[in-house]
Design a protein around this ligand. Structure first.
Ligand SMILES: Nc1nc2c(c(=O)[nH]1)N[C@H]1C(S)=C(S)[C@@H](COP(=O)(O)OP(=O)(O)OC[C@H]3O[C@@H](n4cnc5c(=O)[nH]c(N)nc54)[C@H](O)[C@@H]3O)O[C@H]1N2
Ligand SMILES: Nc1nc2c(c(=O)[nH]1)N[C@H]1C(S)=C(S)[C@@H](COP(=O)(O)OP(=O)(O)OC[C@H]3O[C@@H](n4cnc5c(=O)[nH]c(N)nc54)[C@H](O)[C@@H]3O)O[C@H]1N2
Ligand code: SF4
Ligand SMILES: [Mo]
Length: 867
């Protein structure tokens, strides 16, 4: 079977993949050597894509009120409820919540449906939680939402600064590009992040600034640029606002950053002294009540030095989701129109309305995500459609959002997974085709449009997302406007509309592709817009903006503290973010045992001094509370996090660890310009959870826990689960039989009531199928060994001497654990990441674990030096 070129459906790097069906629904996934984004490489998540395409947990049929039904009934029902709601309560009583993971074609149809035909701008997307501050910042400076640079700039820079970006884990293939540049031309790397992350391993300088203080740092840089005489006067002749921006910057001090002036001076010296500098920024910048100001404080420094749009130079927003950029191009946000046109501009509105032959078009912006769900809670939005996103987990004030969706008169969810925290609240579930089953385009971080191509048949009744919308639209009487035969036809319409935008002088113009045939669309090679190779595809070197006067803007921005004030009751700030091998709410990555083995449980990183003050011991549980919610998480005590700040990952849900839903803790404070929530600086309190028992269970079948704390992950032979409780079960055997749903299975029980220890194993047909370990303290088991059921001697919790415990999985590609690597480092005297690779293969495929291997090497050298 020959392979098909497609695009990885995870992050905004947009790596090309070669997909080969393996039969029985299996899929072989390799990096595409010809794709400009990755040249054949894939990270751990991309390499494991083949493990996530099985049908376990898939939604296979439309479902109305919990009952499977046929498409016709489901679509009629949705159309009828939407039409009636609009007739009774007006178009603004209907809302759509979309996603930066939808294909451009899905997104285009959703936007056309809501803005042109339902007649409301109440369509917003999870990009509000992700890129909205960058969109607002770009528009303030450039008059358009355009990423100026390209990936080649990372190869050609002499200094790369990561601001609020854990590139090593979140955009691993771009990180590898930076490391390659380091090797080749000695590119320096600076990380600006409150935490010491995996991205810091190769850094020349790390600035662990206080949460939310970036504006103060970049204002200092702008001041230093002026003091050093490093201004580019020629470029500044195209820029408005320089004096005001500099004056505001001068008035700020670096005190809010908590950094020493030596460190800040060194940062300024390196930045100013290096002509070719790319400042990469991501969620540590965007997800803030000062997110837009942070973006402009960075852009200001690049404008002042003219370091923009030329090779190796520029502010560079790395996008998170695979089609965050496509969503911005179709105008998927509540305050944008299509093709970078403005919803506030009457001429733009008329042009789009005429092009669509639409009955109406909203005259102003609709509700942004946080407000949209508040309107749902208040009953103002009465019919809601959620597509390709899981807001019950990922929006701030997640408990309130959950209640709002539950209470909404009518909710439709288009999903691939049957059971998510959001789907369980819906009235109607519509089964979607997943990434490997559908067709369309995505745009990555550097504006490269790539094809996603279908290689697997859609299972059951699953249909592409655009089809869900078009079929409902037809049933609502919007017929011919939604009569699309395939995604190519939608793409052509979108490209043609971009030509009209081009006529208004907008930058997003791909109208050269408006006439492509279906087969040309099928064959479309990755192409960066602007399609006509203007200056290597870069923008703004000439100082020409898309403001009406064509001039660039520097925006005066002053540091503001994060929104909520710390109070004695809530003395900590909670930083949140991602881990290497999981994707958001894990509906896909949790299907892969090797991705789950890297970090199998939600955790909270806490500084050692704070842990001592709170009496929190390593590996015990911590209860974190905030004004909006509560979580219970495993303690990871580490000085990688600042004192007074906590860090927790965002990935766990009601399905995988109900007390790990982090956004329950996050307040709905938003940036005044972008409406983006402050997802990384919630105020909170922490204390020891005081579990009276801790447990670990493995089972070949799903488990049904009822205790205070649990977290489940897949293993190679079933599931593994961490458990804990504040009351010790009266009878361990009863408790275990309930957990495993094994009322009659043969059991082997070892208990030591005096020590509070219990070990139980259950057998079916003499085969070990489940085991539970419990004790009064965090369990020191060889978990990865125990999880490989069936094991003869499982109840010892230790691997036999001839099978050493590999420890937690570090290299997901070759399954190499931490202990294996440490043993090799120590016994064979390995000194470099390359040597570890040569000895164990670890780190030699996708390379995502190389920063962590480097840390193990450094720690072991530090230990040796201390001895
Ligand atoms: N493995 C993995 N990769 C992903 C994703 C995933 O789920 N998993 N998701 C994708 C998506 S949608 C996105 S948006 C990107 C996100 O990519 P990133 O933005 O790189 O990821 P995060 O971990 O959310 O946050 C980055 C860093 O911001 C820091 N930070 C927090 N507050 C501040 C601050 O005030 N100032 C500064 N300077 N830094 C701060 C945090 O400590 C964290 O290390 O990742 C994409 N890639
Ligand atoms: N505290 C805190 N909160 C955050 C963040 C943070 O850093 N901190 N980050 C924010 C950011 S940047 C983002 S991008 C969001 C992400 O948050 P979400 O978008 O809510 O998370 P996902 O898990 O990606 O949700 C995608 C859903 O779509 C489903 N799906 C997969 N493929 C398809 C398909 O082809 N069609 C359809 N219809 N459905 C499909 C998946 O099963 C899953 O349920 O989280 C945000 N929330
Ligand atoms: S870096 Fe990894 S997750 Fe991102 S697109 Fe490439 S393979 Fe996929
Ligand atoms: Mo994102």
């Amino acid at each position: 079977m020959s392979s098909v070129r497609s695009t990885c459906p995870y992050c905004g790097v947009g790596c090309g993949v070669l997909l080969t069906p393996k039969g029985a629904g299996g899929l072989d996934v390799k990096g595409d050597p010809d794709h400009p984004a990755n040249r054949g490489r894939l990270c751990s998540k991309g390499s494991a894509l083949g493990e996530t395409v099985g049908l376990a947990g898939r939604l296979l049929a439309p479902r109305v009120d919990g009952q499977d039904t046929d498409w016709n009934s489901a679509l009629d029902h949705v159309a009828d409820r939407f039409s009636r709601t609009i007739a009774e309560h007006g178009p603004d009583s209907v809302a759509f919540y979309a996603s930066g993971q939808m294909l451009t074609e899905d997104y285009y149809v959703a936007n056309k449906f809501m803005k042109g035909f339902v007649g409301t701008a109440n369509i917003d997307t999870n990009s509000r939680l992700c890129m909205a501050s960058t969109v607002a910042g770009h528009k303030r400076s450039f008059g358009t939402d355009t990423v100026p640079g390209t990936y080649e700039d990372l190869d050609e820079a002499d200094l790369v600064v990561l601001v609020g970006s854990n590139l090593a884990w979140c955009h691993p293939i771009l990180h590898q590009r930076v490391l390659a540049a380091k090797e080749k031309r000695g590119t320096k790397l600076i990380v600006v992040d409150p935490r010491r992350t995996a991205s810091c391993d190769a850094a020349d300088l790390h600035l662990p600034l206080k949460l939310g203080s970036d504006v103060a740092l970049f204002n200092r840089l702008l001041t230093a640029i002026a003091e050093a005489g490093a201004l580019d006067r020629t470029y500044l002749s195209h820029v408005n606002g320089f004096d005001a921006a500099l004056e505001t910057a001068r008035a700020d001090s670096i005190e809010p950053t908590g950094l020493s002036s030596d460190l800040v001076d060194e940062f300024c010296r390196m930045w100013i002294g290096t002509k070719r500098v790319v400042t990469i920024f991501s969620q540590g910048v965007n997800q803030s009540s000062a997110g837009t100001d942070k973006v402009n404080s960075i852009v200001n420094c690049h404008l002042a030095t003219g370091r923009i749009g030329t090779p190796g130079c520029g502010p560079f927003s790395v996008t998170g989701q695979p089609n965050a950029m496509g969503g911005r191009e179709v105008g998927g946000l509540a305050n944008t129109l299509a093709c970078h046109l403005d919803i506030e501009n009457a001429a733009h509105r008329t042009a789009v309305k005429d092009f669509w032959d639409a009955p109406r078009i909203p005259e102003g912006p609709g509700l942004k995500a946080v407000d949209l769900f508040r309107a749902v809670a208040k009953g103002q939005v009465k019919a809601l459609w959620i597509m390709h996103t899981n807001p019950a987990v990922t929006l701030p004030e997640a408990d309130a959002v959950q209640a709002a969706i539950k209470g909404c008169d009518f909710t439709v969810v288009s999903e691939i997974a049957a059971t998510t925290d959001t789907s369980v609240l819906a009235d109607v579930l519509l089964p979607a085709s997943a990434w490997a089953e559908k067709d369309g385009t995505v745009t990555n971080t550097d504006r490269t449009i790539s094809r996603q191509r279908s290689v697997l048949p859609a299972p059951g009744a699953a249909k592409p997302d655009w089809w869900h919308i078009a079929e409902v639209a037809k049933r609502m009487g919007f017929g011919s406007a939604f009569d699309f035969a395939n995604s190519a036809e939608i793409f052509r319409e979108h490209a043609a509309l971009s030509g009209i935008a081009g006529g208004f002088g907008r930058d997003f113009d791909i109208s050269g592709l408006a006439e492509i045939t279906d087969s040309e669309f099928d064959a479309l090679a990755p192409a960066r817009w602007p399609v006509a190779g203007r200056r290597g595809g870069r923008f703004f070197a000439d100082g020409q903006s898309f403001h009406s006067d064509k001039r660039m803007r520097m925006v005066p921005v002053a540091w503001r503290a994060p929104d909520a004030r710390r109070a004695p009751r809530f003395p900590f700030r909670l930083n949140t973010g991602r881990v290497r091998d999981h994707w958001h709410t894990m509906t896909r990555t949790s299907l892969s045992p090797r991705l789950s083995a890297h970090l199998a449980e939600p955790f909270v990183e806490i500084h050692p001094v704070d842990a001592v003050n709170l009496g929190i011991e390593p590996d015990t549980l911590v209860e974190v509370t905030s004004p909006t919610g509560r979580a219970v998480l495993r303690a990871t005590i580490s000085d990688a996090t600042r004192q007074g700040e906590l860090f927790a990952p965002i990935h766990w849900t009601g399905q995988t660890a109900p007390t790990g839903r982090i956004d329950a803790l996050v307040a709905g404070a938003t940036d005044p310009f972008s409406g983006q929530p402050e997802s990384k600086a919630a105020v909170c309190a922490a204390k020891a959870f005081n579990a009276s028992w801790y447990g670990f269970a493995v089972s070949a079948r799903p488990m049904t826990p009822t205790c205070d704390y649990w977290a489940v992950a897949p293993s190679a032979t079933g599931w593994r689960m961490e458990l804990a409780g504040q009351t010790i079960p009266a009878d361990w055997e009863d408790a275990a039989r309930n957990l495993f749903d094994l009322p009659d299975a043969q059991a082997q029980v070892v208990t030591d009531p005096a020590r509070g220890v219990a070990r139980l194993a259950f057998y079916e047909n003499d085969l070990l199928i489940s085991a539970l370990f419990a004790g009064p303290k965090p369990l020191g088991l060889m978990r990865d060994y125990v999880a490989t059921l069936p094991n003869e001697d499982v109840l010892t919790g230790r691997a036999p001497a001839d099978r050493p415990d590999p420890g937690p999985m570090l290299c997901a590609c070759f399954g190499v654990g931490v202990n294996t690597i440490l043993t090799a480092i120590e016994s064979d005297g390995l000194m470099t990441v390359e040597a570890v690779g040569a000895a164990l293969a670890a780190g030699t495929n996708c390379g995502s674990c190389r920063p962590e291997i480097a840390t193990l090497l450094a720690n072991s050298r530090a230990r040796e030096a201390a001895e």
